[in-house]
Design a protein around this ligand. Sequence first.
Ligand code: 8DG
Ligand code: MG
Length: 334
Amino acid sequence: MGGDRHRLAADGAIHVVAGVLSDARGRILLARRTAGRDLAGAWEFPGGKVEPGETPLQALDRELHEELGIRIDRAEPLIAVPQAYPDKRIVLDVYRVGSFTGKAQGLEKQALAWAPPDKLATYPMPPADRPVVAALTQASLCLVTPEPEPGADPDVFLRQIDAALAAGVTRVQLRVRSLDAASLRALAIAVKQRCDRQGAQMLINGEMALALELNCGLHLPAAQLRTLTARPLPAGQPVAASCHDAEELRLAQALDLDFAVVGPVAKTATHPEQSPLGWRAFSGLREGASLPLYAIGGLGPADLATARRHGAQGIAAIRGLWPAQPPRAAARRR
Ligand SMILES: Nc1nc2c([nH]c(=O)n2[C@H]2C[C@H](O)[C@@H](COP(=O)(O)OP(=O)(O)OP(=O)(O)O)O2)c(=O)[nH]1
Ligand SMILES: [Mg+2]
């Protein structure tokens, strides 16, 4: 708690800090907002508003001491989510608490729950928390495949997929427009196998029938998103969309899509005709939506921390995540 005094971020938003605490079994601590406050009854990550003169970590330590009776030993930034609510704008600045002293108790009569990560999404939480749950449970690197070289051996393409997966990609958008239907189907089956083997998720761009047949995800180009009036696949199959403005994001959210890819954030060689959004405008779009967003456009793994600071779940990239050289065949099975 902090009375009325709180610190505003540079752009006038209320700066809120919150902590992700884990127990020995990997379960994550949630606290229930008590009656009579805003968002009463919602489950949240414990924390509160930064007060003038405090650093974010000082504020987090104070809040967790007041609300739970613990002290932080170590904490690292996870994601900072700008979010507009009807009556205010906040930045929910969330830290993963690596180690703490004391036993967490609900000192303000708030209910506590230790939730396994895969159950987090079942707790009703404020809109700003949805991207936080995604940052805890979903891929931070999303590869968008480049077009295969005309006439090239599909094996080279598949070895590059393998190398990208080995380098830490756990979401793959297969975006191929140049192949005939039979070749695309064969390639999609092979990529899906590789993703399954590595525990990665595959979404196919634009091809609803193939998504249904292969039981994989579907990625909608913005033009296709705009034609839909209902979520095109059952809940178990992920559906995402490319969005460039607030209206497309509203539509993606209204269709209950799983995430959106927003950009171009920086200048990109593959779409030179689009002028870049920049991180400020990205944050502005982030503020009006609550679904997880990947930033795309001229980005790579080195931009992940910046992306997370602006509320992105992660980065999506073609070149930034595609191995520069096709790995040699001999390196295929390690
Ligand atoms: N602590 C926390 N606040 C969140 C989360 N998600 C979210 O939208 N919020 C919002 C709810 C509130 O509008 C704001 C946090 O303010 P708060 O009421 O907890 O602040 P505080 O602990 O300093 O308490 P108070 O004295 O101002 O009542 O951020 C979350 O996961 N944790
Ligand atoms: Mg609080």
